[in-house]
Design a protein around this ligand. Structure first.
Ligand SMILES: Nc1nc2c(ncn2[C@@H]2O[C@H](COP(=O)(O)OP(=O)(O)OP(=O)(O)O)[C@@H](O)[C@H]2O)c(=O)[nH]1
Ligand SMILES: [Mg+2]
Length: 646
C-alpha cells in the first residue's frame, strides 16, 4: 500500500488514518489440519478465522485474514486458506491474487493429498515466490518431511525456496520465520499503481444505508473513495463509499492489498462468487479465450534457472496426469476453468500442440497474459493469449491459428494481437490489458502494417476493376469499397486512399495518364492548353521518369502553379512539390525501386538508385514519407515500410 493522502477534506475523511507503510499480501497453502491457521496466529498474534470489526464478515468458508508488521514497518497481510479438498477452488481463487505463498506441511503427517493439489495450483498459476514451512516440529522430527517437501516444491514454479522447521505451540523457529517472511516480502515486485483495477469478490455482506460490503484482494492499481467501478458480469455501476484495510478506514488504496469495500449501488444479495469489481473500459468481458497450456515447473521468463527440477525427482502430485508420454497435452472435452475468483465449466478444443480454445457461458473480465487453471483429474495452468479470438470457421483454421499463437510471448503485445486481428480499436486493445500500441491509422483504429498494405493493394485492385468495367465507371464509391474490403467503417477506406488513387465527391478515382482519357472522368476537366502541355511533359519523362523538368522548362511549357494543381487534381500529373512534377505512378515506381535497396538507405543511395538529382530525390522521398511508403528514421536514413503493390 502506498502512502496515499485523503484527497478531499471532509469530516469523515479528516479522521481517516493515512497508511504510510508498504504492504504485501501472501497466501497460505497446505493440507487441512497441518497448522496453517495456527501458524498465522502465532506470528501475527491475530486469529485469522475470527470474525469481528477488524475481520470482515462474509468471507467464504475457511478463508481467514490477519497481518503482521515487519521490522521495516511494512505490513504483510495473510490470506489464510482452508486446506480441505472441498475448498480447493476457494484456495485457488485466493492464491491467484497474490505473488507469494507460505507453504505449510506438518512434520508429523508429511506430504498429503492436498499438499500435492495445492502445489499443483501454485504451479499452474506460475507463482514463483514463497517459503516452505514444516510445522508441528514439536510432534515429530521435521528433517525427513523437510527433505521430501523441498524436493517436490523445487519441481514446481516455486523452485528452490527457503525452508524452515517451526512449531506454533513451542514457538520454535518463529523468529526465523518472521525474518524469512520479511526477506520474501522485501523482494516482491511493487506493482503498477496505475494498473487497471480488478478485485474478485471473495465475500459480500450488508452494511449500513443499504450499501453492500465486499472483501477482496487488490493485486495492483489504485482504488479511491468515490471511484466509479462496475460489477461483472452485470456491468452494474457502483460507487466506492468506503475502503477499509488492515482494520482502518482509508481514502485510497494501492495494490497489493487486502480490503473491505463499501459499495453504493449494489445490494449484497446480488453479489456472489465469480463476480469482480472492475474499472470500466479496462477489461474484456469474455466467454471465449485462446490459451497456451503450461507445463509443470515452468518458470516465467526472466526467472533464475534455479527452479529446474532436481534430477530423478518426479513431482509427485504436481500435474500428475494430462500429458501423454509423447509430451502432447491430453485435454478432456470439458474442464473446470478457474480464472481469478470465477469458476465454471468450459468446453475445450485443442487447436494443436499446447494451444487450446476454451468457451463457457457467463462472461468474465480478463486480460491477455492472465493465468488461469484448468481442472479435471489433474490441475493445469494456462496463459491467456487472446481474450477476443476470431471464430475458427475455415478448414485448418485451428492449426494455423495455433502455429501463430505458439510463437506469442506469455504477455502478448499490441503487434502480436494486430498480426492476428488485422484491425483493432485502441479501446479494445486497452480492454485486453495492453496500454502501449502503435499510432492509429485513422480515428482509434490500429492496423497491422502488413494487413494495412494488403488492404491498400486490394483497394487499388477494386478501383481498377471498377473503372475497367464496361460501361466504365468513373470510380468506386467509398461504400462499395468498404464492403469489398470487408471494413467496419468508411473512414478506414478514406485512410487507404493514396496515389495513384484519389478521393473525390464520394468516389475513389484512379489517376491515369491521358493515354486513357476515357476511363478517368477527371481528364476531361482540364483546359486543352494544360492537356497539351501535359502530353509534352509526359513525353519528356517517358525515358527518365525521375528527371522532373526544371523551373525554366515548366514555365516555358506554361505550367504555372495553377496549371500544375489542375493537372495534379485530374490525375494527369503527380505533383511532388510546387517545383517538382512527375508522371502519375512515378511514386509507385520509386517505391518498387527503393524496396530493392539494402534497408535502411541514405538519400544519396536513393538518388543513385532512382537516377535523379538531389533536387528531385529529397522532395520525392519526403512525398513518399507522407504517403506512408517510406519511413524516415532518426538518423535521416529511410526504409520502405509499405512497398507498393502491383
Ligand atoms: N503440537 C502442535 N500442534 C499444532 C501446531 N500447529 C497447529 N497445531 C494443531 O493442529 C491442528 C490444526 O491446526 P490448524 O492451524 O487449524 O490447521 P490448518 O492447516 O489451518 O487446517 P485447515 O484450516 O483445515 O486447512 C490444531 O489442533 C492446532 O492446534 C504445532 O506447531 N504443534
Ligand atoms: Mg485453517
Amino acid at each position: 500500500m502506498l502512502p496515499l493522502q485523503a484527497d478531499a477534506a471532509g469530516p469523515n475523511r479528516a479522521s481517516m488514518v493515512t497508511l504510510v507503510a508498504g504492504m504485501q499480501v501472501i497466501a497460505t497453502a497446505g493440507h487441512s489440519g497441518h497448522g496453517k491457521s495456527a501458524l498465522v496466529q502465532a506470528i501475527t498474534g491475530m486469529d485469522p478465522g475470527r470474525l469481528d470489526a477488524e475481520h470482515p464478515r462474509g468471507l467464504p468458508a475457511g478463508l481467514g485474514h490477519a497481518w503482521l508488521t515487519l521490522p521495516s514497518g511494512d505490513h504483510l497481510a495473510f490470506i489464510d486458506v482452508p486446506g480441505h479438498e472441498r475448498f480447493v477452488a476457494t484456495m485457488a481463487a485466493a492464491v491467484g491474487q497474490v505473488p507469494a505463498v507460505l507453504f505449510v506441511v506438518a512434520a508429523d503427517q508429511g506430504w498429503q493429498a492436498q499438499s500435492a493439489e495445492h502445489l499443483a495450483v501454485i504451479d499452474g498459476l506460475g507463482i514463483r515466490r514463497g517459503l516452505l514451512v514444516v510445522t508441528r516440529a514439536d510432534l515429530a522430527e521435521p528433517g525427513p518431511v523437510l527433505a521430501q517437501a523441498s524436493q517436490l516444491v523445487a519441481a514446481s514454479s516455486l523452485g528452490q525456496v527457503e525452508a524452515l522447521a517451526v512449531s506454533a505451540v513451542t514457538g520454535q523457529g518463529l523468529p526465523e520465520l518472521t525474518n524469512a517472511l520479511a526477506r520474501v516480502a522485501g523482494r516482491l515486485p511493487v506493482p503498477d499503481a496505475g494498473a487497471p483495477v480488478r478485485i474478485w469478490l471473495d465475500g459480500a455482506f450488508a452494511v449500513a444505508d443499504g450499501d453492500a460490503g465486499m472483501t477482496g484482494t487488490l493485486p495492483a492499481g489504485t482504488v479511491r473513495l468515490g471511484d466509479e467501478l462496475v460489477i461483472t458480469p452485470s456491468m452494474r455501476p457502483v460507487r466506492v463509499q468506503s475502503i477499509q484495510s488492515l482494520g482502518e478506514p482509508v481514502a485510497a488504496l494501492a495494490g497489493p492489498a487486502r480490503a473491505v469495500f463499501g459499495l453504493r449501488g449494489a445490494s449484497h444479495e446480488r453479489l456472489g462468487p465469480g463476480m469482480a469489481l472492475v474499472q470500466p473500459g479496462r477489461w474484456t468481458l469474455t466467454d471465449v479465450i485462446d490459451v497456451r497450456l503450461a507445463t509443470t515447473g515452468e518458470r516465467q521468463a526472466g526467472a533464475a534457472p534455479d527452479g529446474a527440477a532436481p534430477a530423478g525427482v518426479t513431482p509427485a502430485g504436481v500435474t500428475p496426469a494430462g500429458v501423454t508420454p509423447a509430451g502432447e497435452p491430453r485435454l478432456p472435452r470439458t474442464v473446470t476453468l478457474q480464472a481469478g475468483g470465477a469458476r465454471m465449466v468450459a468446453r475445450t478444443r485443442l487447436l494443436s500442440g499446447r494451444i487450446a480454445r476454451l468457451t463457457w457461458r457467463e462472461p468474465i473480465p480478463l486480460h491477455v497474459g492472465d493465468r488461469v487453471l484448468l481442472r479435471d483429474q489433474a490441475v493445469r495452468g494456462a496463459v491467456v493469449l487472446d481474450v477476443a479470438p476470431p471464430p475458427l470457421s475455415r478448414r485448418g483454421a485451428g492449426a494455423s491459428a495455433a502455429a501463430d499463437l505458439d510463437s506469442w510471448p506469455d504477455s502478448p503485445l499490441a503487434p502480436d494481437l494486430l498480426r492476428r486481428h488485422g484491425l483493432l480499436r485502441a479501446s479494445a486493445v486497452l480492454a485486453m490489458g495492453i496500454s502501449e500500441h502503435p499510432e492509429p491509422v485513422v480515428g482509434e483504429w490500429l492496423a497491422d502494417p502488413g494487413y494495412w498494405a494488403d488492404l491498400a493493394g486490394r483497394l487499388a485492385e477494386a478501383v481498377t476493376a471498377a473503372v475497367g468495367r464496361e460501361p466504365p465507371a468513373p470510380g468506386l464509391t467509398v461504400e462499395a469499397a468498404r464492403a469489398a474490403l470487408g471494413l467496419p467503417e468508411r473512414r478506414l477506406v478514406d485512410a487507404l486512399v493514396r496515389p495513384p488513387l484519389r478521393r473525390r465527391d464520394g468516389l475513389i478515382l484512379l489517376t491515369v495518364p491521358d493515354t486513357a482519357p476515357e476511363t478517368a472522368s477527371g481528364t476531361r476537366e482540364v483546359p486543352a492548353t494544360v492537356a497539351a502541355a501535359v502530353r509534352v511533359l509526359l513525353a519528356d519523362l517517358a525515358d527518365a521518369p525521375f528527371a522532373s523538368p526544371d523551373a525554366d522548362r515548366l514555365r516555358r511549357l506554361g505550367f504555372d502553379l495553377q496549371a500544375i494543381t489542375v493537372a495534379d487534381r485530374a490525375g494527369l500529373l503527380l505533383r511532388i512539390s510546387n517545383q517538382i512534377v512527375l508522371a502519375p505512378g512515378a511514386d509507385v515506381l520509386a517505391g518498387r525501386i527503393l524496396v530493392g535497396l539494402p534497408q535502411p538507405f541514405t538519400a544519396a543511395e536513393a538518388r543513385q538508385a532512382l537516377r535523379t538529382t538531389r533536387r528531385v530525390a529529397i522532395p520525392l522521398l519526403e512525398f513518399l514519407d507522407r504517403a506512408g511508403v517510406t519511413q524516415r528514421l532518426p538518423d535521416d536514413r529511410r526504409r520502405v515500410v509499405s512497398p507498393p503493390g502491383d
